[in-house]
Ligand binder design. Structure first.
Ligand code: A3P
Length: 345
């Protein structure tokens, strides 16, 4: 009898102990993630009045995907009123450069509790048909956010499209502009690889990179080839500088964003006057993927799609040398204008 009672007592103690340990673990995990994500975001100056410095905790739920529909721009009138949601024009735009790492940059910035990304490339300023629909159309394409959060969109075609600087200037002359660049020859090959993959998907054949990048008549670099032209960063930037002072641009090192993303993101946080909230916790290296992936919290993490980080075809070394020599003077000018120097050959 006594033995039976002791066994029963032991069983009860075991159940109670398990419950206590379980609750403790849950609390540690919860407090840990809340602490890290505590969304006190004094966004200064242009980004909102001081009285709105604090992002309510529900902003986190919103950001972490519970209100997923809102982020896509879908919400009922009741939800908008209840959560005090707005669709805001972007305070910062990633204007390029194509294949520089624009998607990675946007997704990583979106880790910040005060940043809300426009998931799709809107192509408002570079597409005449879209632009003709007016600024309200553009605003309605933005995700819902809290008034003191900032919206960021990315459309890499903006950087190289003639009309875009003036159009963006007309919308907001003090907007912040982000440009992410990679070593120009690597970027051109990445650009080629994307087009090649598109052709292959449609069972089409395509020229070799060497054939496109080098003019067969002159044996010089083919400046008519778009992938080459896009990599002449200084030429495009000079057009932008007719409208915006250099202080309104921030140059992100796309090669470093691949290998060491955190310091690059911290520079962007500073440029956007955001308090530092993105930490090493939010970024982990995924060996299978070969890239850094994103960790939002204890349960939610993600890597970029497989279309980011393609294997590049092998390119003749003499062509690479020729391209690097060609880009060299343009790069020097780019360093001079931007005040950011890269170790490009
Ligand atoms: P590659 O496919 O040449 O490797 P964009 O988003 O502007 O199209 O840029 C795509 C590039 O982003 C990829 O080029 C890849 O190298 C780079 N990139 C940077 N960080 C990445 C990340 N964390 N995951 C995947 N790709 C990343």
């Amino acid at each position: 009898m006594l033995f039976k009672q002791q066994a029963l007592l032991r069983q009860k103690l075991f159940v109670l102990g398990s419950l206590a340990i379980g609750s403790l673990l849950y609390l540690v995990a919860r407090v840990g993630s809340l602490d890290r994500l505590q969304p006190l975001c004094p966004i200064d100056g242009r980004f909102g009045p001081r009285s709105q410095d604090e992002i309510p905790l529900r902003a986190l739920q919103f950001k972490r995907g519970l209100l997923h529909e809102f982020r896509k721009g879908n919400a009922t009138k009741e939800q908008i009123r209840l959560h005090n949601l707005v669709q805001q024009l972007p305070k910062a735009i990633i204007i390029g450069v194509r294949k520089g790492g624009t998607r990675a940059l946007l997704e990583m910035l979106n880790l910040h509790p005060a940043v809300v990304k426009a998931s799709q490339e809107i192509h408002f300023f570079d597409n005449d048909e879209n632009y003709a629909k007016g600024i309200e159309w553009y605003r309605k394409k933005m995700p819902f956010s809290y008034p003191h959060q900032i919206t960021i969109e990315k459309s890499p075609a903006y950087f190289i499209t003639e009309e875009v600087p003036e159009r963006i200037y007309k919308m907001n002359s003090s907007i912040k502009l982000l440009i992410i660049v990679r070593e120009p020859t690597t970027r051109a090959i990445s650009d080629y690889t994307q087009v090649l993959e598109g052709k292959e998907r449609k069972n089409k054949t395509y020229y070799k990179f060497e054939k496109l990048a080098i003019d067969p008549n002159t044996c010089e670099v083919n400046t008519k080839y778009k992938a080459v032209r896009t990599s002449i960063y200084t030429k495009h930037l000079e057009r932008w500088l007719k409208y915006f002072p250099i202080e309104q641009f921030h140059i992100v090192d796309g090669d470093r964003l691949i290998t060491e993303p955190l310091p690059e993101l911290q520079l962007v946080e500073k440029f956007l006057n955001l308090p530092p909230r993105i930490s090493q916790y939010n970024l982990y290296f995924n060996a299978t993927r070969g890239f850094y992936c994103l960790r939002f919290n204890i349960v939610f993490n993600k890597c970029l799609a497989g279309s980011k980080g393609r294997i590049h075809p092998e390119v003749d070394t003499s062509v690479i040398t020729k391209l690097r020599k060609f880009f060299h003077p343009f790069n020097q000018k780019f360093y001079q204008i931007t005040g950011r120097t890269f170790n490009w050959p």
